[in-house]
Design a protein around this ligand. Structure first.
Ligand SMILES: Nc1ncnc2c1ncn2[C@@H]1O[C@H](COP(=O)(O)OP(=O)(O)OP(=O)(O)O)[C@@H](O)[C@H]1O
Ligand SMILES: [Mg+2]
Length: 336
């Protein structure tokens, strides 16, 4: 019961297969079932605004219908804000001579691979918490990649944030001590790396170190809660979109393997853009022939997953009317 029972639904899939369309239409369908929905995107292209035919949505909750709010997070902006926060915090704990070094570190961090994901992580976690408090259902257009999800479960999530601190501040032995307390050591229990962040972690510390420790613990606990929620099969579902074509099938195969290995609650596949029987002409007949083979492949490769089939439409899906029609197709396909 995707829309009835779950609190968080994440839509994954290869580029261009219809993730944004499916997310937006799912949100519309959920409101038809009297759910209050928050729809969130992390696509820098602001595709939700396009799908709904709005000029802007952006990084503020925007109401599109009585029970439908949307939010577009901007990864670049998240990186900037995240680094600004970290820089400000670092400066509170270091001597002014170190400031230029901190700023240099932050410039490097901005360009490092994974910076966007690391920065987005905390924001996604906060958005989920807000969503749980104020909405029945939170839908994410574009599920976090396997890599982002691993950030939630690995000690590196903390390390990424604290490493810069340690490097910029090697001479502050005391700070190193604090972080050593919090940053899990290599080889530490990976199944529960963030568990039990020492209840008495701040005992015996001075006020400055206490404040820093509290901030880090807060982040640690937030990420732990998010990770638990995303792995909770009762509350969370991941829906994967693909088209009946060779490359999307191959990529979905790999993604499904990764997601299942991470024990994520994969709820099913949306097979989008299936040629309808009414599409005529010899060209389409040939295309349908090819498609049959791919559909058989999908049925075979993913036989353990529920499959929702959506036909190719004659026109693009844009605006509330078209999305409402598409929501009807999801309903017909059996999404509960
Ligand atoms: N069943 C369908 N029939 C016809 N057009 C469709 C269908 N599904 C999606 N589209 C159209 O295909 C285009 C791509 O869809 P969409 O933007 O939802 O894909 P996406 O997976 O979100 O892409 P990206 O990876 O770039 O975010 C859009 O113009 C959309 O209107
Ligand atoms: Mg999209």
């Amino acid at each position: 019961m995707l829309l009835t029972d779950k609190r968080v639904v994440l839509i994954g899939g290869k580029g261009g297969v219809g993730k944004t369309t499916v997310s937006a239409a799912l949100a519309v369908l959920a409101t038809k079932r009297n759910k209050k929905v928050l729809l969130v995107s992390t696509d820098p292209a602001h595709s939700l605004a396009d799908a709904f035919g709005q000029t802007t949505i952006g990084d503020k909750i925007t109401r599109l219908a009585p029970n439908l709010d949307v939010l577009e997070l901007d990864p670049d902006q998240e990186v900037e804000q995240h680094l600004a926060r970290v820089t400000a915090q670092l400066k509170r704990y270091t001597r002014p001579e170190m400031f230029s070094e901190i700023e240099r570190q932050m410039r490097l961090t901005r360009q490092s691979p994974g910076a966007q994901e690391a920065a987005l992580l905390e924001r996604i976690a906060q958005t989920i918490e807000l969503g749980l408090a104020e909405y029945d259902l939170v839908i994410f257009d574009t599920a976090p990649t396997g890599h982002t999800l691993r950030l939630l479960s690995l000690p590196e999530a903390m390390a990424a944030w604290t490493q810069g601190l340690l490097n910029a501040n090697k001479r502050s032995a005391k700070l190193g001590e604090v972080l050593g307390h919090l940053t899990p050591k290599a080889g530490r229990d990976i199944t529960n790396p963030l568990g039990d962040p020492a209840e008495h972690a701040t005992d015996g510390m001075d006020e400055r170190n206490k404040a820093l420790t509290e901030t880090l613990l807060k982040r640690q606990r937030l990420l732990t809660r998010t990770r638990e929620l995303l792995l909770d099969h009762e509350k969370t579902a991941l829906l994967f979109v693909l088209t009946p074509e060779k490359l999307p099938i191959l990529e979905t195969g790999r993604a499904v393997t990764t997601l299942l290995a991470e024990k994520l609650p994969l709820a099913g596949l949306v097979v989008n853009r299936i040629l309808p029987d009414t599409a005529d002409g010899s060209f389409l007949a040939q295309r349908r022939q090819q498609e049959k083979i791919h559909l058989a492949q999908i049925a075979h490769d993913f036989k353990n997953l529920t499959q929702f089939n959506i036909p190719l439409q004659a026109t693009d899906i844009q605006g509330m009317l078209a999305l409402t029609h598409f929501a009807g197709l999801l309903d017909l396909a059996g999404i509960k």
